[in-house]
Design a protein around this ligand. Structure first.
Ligand code: ATP
Length: 299
């Protein structure tokens, strides 16, 4: 579990992270979303003890990162700038990490296998493709078999096969009961990977909910009826918002499809179509973060 309480980071004039409070639960993949400059990387760096908060706290399983006796056994991370010696092989890199962090050497072969790098284990990391480097970074994150994982933009620049691989791996890790937090600005990717979303903009929390609930706010129902004008008035009397489209098509918000159906039946209005339309995650995200994007990161 990761818990943030009033987490704040000021860089001079810039309030990069502004009073963030949320919890990342185990057993789920939580997507950490926000437009560029929203403060995702800064937040992750504070959780990992790489940046000190101006105020507030971030804890991993109840303790601040600097108070963890064996950090790599508690939390694995993948940040954008990974430091790997280019002339060191993948295996040597992991063995070095295992040795300096008091982790079992046998785990190196296990994680190489887990990320599909066994055959490339003795090649120099400097010659790795982006996809292979990401795999090596994830192998390092998993070395201590940690219950908590933090990955900053793990699918950036990967080909579709790499994206699918990471998605499957993360879902598997969460299914084992781990806490998985991944940052991204790719909504489409989050829709397929995350169970829960935390959305920030301009350093502030905008939304925190399960992925299904996230799109419900913008849910609309498409209604088609030959009696569009009179049914529109009837719907509006109940408080629904109605937008008229072509050919007797109505887009209704503020009322569920079953309630619209019941009202039509009670009024004897024939319905040719009654279709709930969920706002796509992309639309919901744009709507939520519109203000943070419009005003950019200057504040
Ligand atoms: N070391 C720093 N000094 C000054 N400002 C910083 C520093 N680090 C981050 N910032 C500013 O803090 C804000 C948040 O940046 P951050 O990198 O955390 O956002 P992000 O959500 O990860 O963005 P992106 O998706 O572009 O990576 C930005 O306005 C950034 O310019």
């Amino acid at each position: 579990m990761i818990q943030l309480s009033g987490l704040t980071k000021r860089h001079g004039e810039v309030l990069a992270v502004d009073d963030l409070t949320f919890t990342v639960r185990p057993g789920l993949v939580t997507g950490f979303l926000g437009p560029n400059g929203a403060g995702k990387t800064t937040t992750m760096r504070m959780i990992l003890g790489l940046d000190l908060p101006t105020s507030g706290t971030a804890t991993i399983n109840g303790r601040r990162h600097q108070d963890l006796p064996h950090p790599l056994r508690e939390v694995g991370s993948l940040l954008e700038a990974q430091a790997v010696h280019p002339r060191r092989t993948a295996r040597k890199h992991l063995l070095y990490l295992a040795q300096t962090n008091d982790l079992a050497r046998a785990r190196v072969d296990e994680v190489l296998d887990l990320v599909g790098l066994t055959d490339a284990a003795d090649r120099k990391a400097g010659a790795f493709s982006l996809g292979m480097s990401q795999r090596l970074g994830i192998a390092a994150a998993l070395l201590g078999d940690p219950p908590v994982l933090l990955l900053d933009e793990p699918v950036n620049g990967l080909d579709p096969e790499g994206v699918l691989w990471i998605r499957t791996l993360l879902r598997g890790l969460a299914a084992e009961g781990r806490t998985v937090l991944i940052s991204s600005h790719l909504m489409s990717e989050m829709a397929l990977t995350a169970d829960r979303l935390v959305v920030i903009g301009k350093g502030r929390l905008i939304a925190e909910s399960d992925i299904g609930e996230f799109t419900e706010g913008g849910a609309a129902v498409l209604v088609r009826t030959p009696e569009a004008p009179s049914f529109t008035r009837r719907l509006e009397l109940t408080g629904a918002h109605v937008q008229e489209g072509r050919d007797g098509e109505l887009i209704v918000t503020g009322m569920t499809a079953p309630d619209i159906g019941r009202l039509a039946a009670a009024e004897g209005v024939p319905l040719f179509e009654l279709t709930p339309r969920r706002a796509s995650l992309e639309e919901a995200f744009m709507e939520l973060t519109r203000e943070s994007v419009e005003f950019g990161v200057a504040r």
